[in-house]
Design a protein around this ligand. Structure first.
Ligand code: DGL
Length: 254
């Protein structure tokens, strides 16, 4: 039974979903929130589809049994673009997913050059092909899959280490043959690097889905539960190794 203390469970492979959790906290500070990192399964962005489907169903299924959340937010594009239908069929609570915000970028820049930066798995998905055809058909969409950025976001949040090779990694793709006007951050890890991205490429608009997801959570909650006061976020993980001090500090500050 859903009560005022039933949490919303936010899930990702690592720290990426914290970019979504932060938006939910901003909008609904009194909502009990659990954050689950699948540390034992990290990273997701280079896993094959069958392995990932099995993994996400198991980890989320177990967590829902243990934690009895009122709602699950899959704050991971790599998982959402693949596993949402199976998760929704398996669970009897609402499941919200996050997918690349191509529609937002295409509407803001009709006919423009748009970048899609995500994990290799997400950029290669037929789900992503469909998003491009449906919402950004008039734009020039260039895609890049990066596992490096995922790890750099982990290091930034966990260790406070700025990615030294960010400029070399992205500049050619962003600027040639001609500069992109907007980049869709199609991996929830990437908005965590936003301060550095904005500093290095001040003319580019960086688009993510965090705020839209927070709005959707609020909408689905309706007036079901009075959200009052402020509660700490509960951090959960898979695997033997607990998240480091930096991650715990980051979560405590949300
Ligand atoms: N944060 C995840 C995403 O949005 C995946 C990162 C990974 O584990 O590769 O796609």
């Amino acid at each position: 039974m859903v009560t005022a203390s039933s949490p919303v469970l936010v899930f990702d492979s690592g720290v990426g979903g914290l970019s979504v959790a932060a938006e939910i906290r901003r909008r609904l500070p009194g909502l009990p929130l659990h954050y689950l990192m699948d540390r034992a399964g990290f990273p997701y962005g280079n896993k094959d589809d069958a392995t990932l489907i099995e993994r996400v169903l198991k980890v989320c299924g177990d967590a829902v049994v243990q934690q009895q959340p009122r709602m699950l937010v899959v704050a991971c594009n790599t998982a959402s673009t693949l596993v949402l239908p199976a998760l929704r069929a398996a669970l009897d609570i609402p499941v919200i997913g996050v997918v690349p915000a191509l529609k937002v970028a295409a509407q803001a820049s009709p006919g423009g050059n748009i970048g899609l930066l995500a994990t290799p798995a997400t950029v290669n998905r037929s789900y992503t092909d469909n998003l491009v055809h449906e919402f950004a058909a008039g734009c020039h969409v260039r895609r890049m899959g990066s596992t490096e950025l995922v790890q750099w976001a982990e290091d930034w949040v966990g260790l406070g280490r700025e990615p030294a090779a960010l400029f070399e990694h992205l500049d050619g793709w962003l600027m040639r043959p001609d500069p992109v006007s907007q980049v869709v951050l199609g991996c929830t890890h990437f908005p965590l690097l936003r301060p550095m991205l904005e500093r290095l490429w001040p003319t580019v608009i960086w688009v993510d889905s965090g705020e839209a997801i927070a709005r959707r959570v609020e909408q689905l909650l309706g007036n079901e539960i009075a959200v009052k006061g402020n509660t700490a976020v509960t951090l959960c993980w898979t695997g033997e190794q607990p998240p480091g001090e930096g991650v715990r500090r980051y979560v405590a500050a949300l």
